[in-house]
Ligand binder design. Structure first.
Ligand SMILES: [Zn+2]
Ligand SMILES: [Zn+2]
Length: 179
C-alpha cells in the first residue's frame, strides 16, 4: 500500500472503505498554502472533511474556509478574498453503474484514495465573487490622475465614480457614431 504523503490533495481512506457502511470519520484539513492550479493558490485553508462509508464507496463532505489573493477591479490593489468551500461528493468504486442514480459520482481510486484537488478547485471557483472588490465601497482610481481615491481625494471632479459605467457610456457613444 503506497501512501502518497507528498500530495496533500489525495486523501488515503483505504482502511476506511474496508469498514462497514455508515462508518464515519472526520479529517482535519489545515494547510498554510495549496496550489490547486497555476492560477488558483489558496492560503490559510482550514476546516474538516467528513467521510461516511457507503455500500461501494464513501460520501465526502467538506466544510473549508480559505483565502485567495485577488486584484480589486476598481483600485487594482491585491487583496485577500475569503472563500467558503462546502461540498458533498459521492465516491464510488463503480461510478455510473446505476443509470437511475442521477447524482454525479467520482471514482474511488484502486489504491483507496480520493482526489480532492479537482473538487476543491471547482468549489473554490464557484465561490469566487463575480465582482472582485477589496471592499464593497472601494472608491477606485481617479480616471484623471490615477490616484487611489481610498487613500486620498485628489480633488478632481468625478463625472462617473464607476469605471464600468464609463465604459458603457463610451460603448453607447461609439454605437451612435457608427450608426
Ligand atoms: Zn479596491
Ligand atoms: Zn485625480
Amino acid at each position: 500500500m503506497t501512501k502518497k504523503k507528498n500530495d496533500p490533495l489525495r486523501l488515503d481512506i483505504s482502511y476506511l472503505v474496508k469498514q462497514p457502511p455508515a462508518t464515519y470519520k472526520e479529517f482535519e484539513f489545515n494547510f498554510p498554502q495549496l496550489a490547486l492550479s497555476p492560477e488558483l493558490v489558496l492560503v490559510d485553508i482550514q476546516g474538516t472533511i467528513a467521510i461516511s462509508v457507503t455500500d461501494d464507496g464513501v460520501v465526502a463532505e467538506g466544510k473549508l474556509a480559505a483565502l485567495s489573493q485577488l486584484t480589486c477591479g476598481r483600485c487594482l490593489d491585491d487583496y485577500w478574498q475569503p472563500l467558503e468551500i462546502n461540498f458533498t461528493e459521492i465516491f464510488s468504486a463503480h461510478p455510473g453503474d446505476d443509470p437511475a442514480d442521477d447524482q454525479q459520482e467520482q471514482p474511488l481510486e484502486a489504491d483507496g484514495s480520493i482526489d480532492l484537488g479537482s473538487i476543491l478547485r471547482d468549489y473554490a471557483l464557484l465561490d469566487m465573487p463575480i465582482r472582485q472588490l477589496c471592499k464593497d465601497d472601494c472608491k477606485g482610481l481617479c480616471p484623471t490622475c490615477g490616484m487611489d481615491l481610498n487613500q486620498e481625494d485628489c480633488g478632481h471632479r468625478q463625472e462617473s465614480i464607476d469605471p464600468r459605467m464609463e465604459g458603457l457610456k463610451q460603448l453607447l457613444e461609439n454605437e451612435e457614431t457608427t450608426d
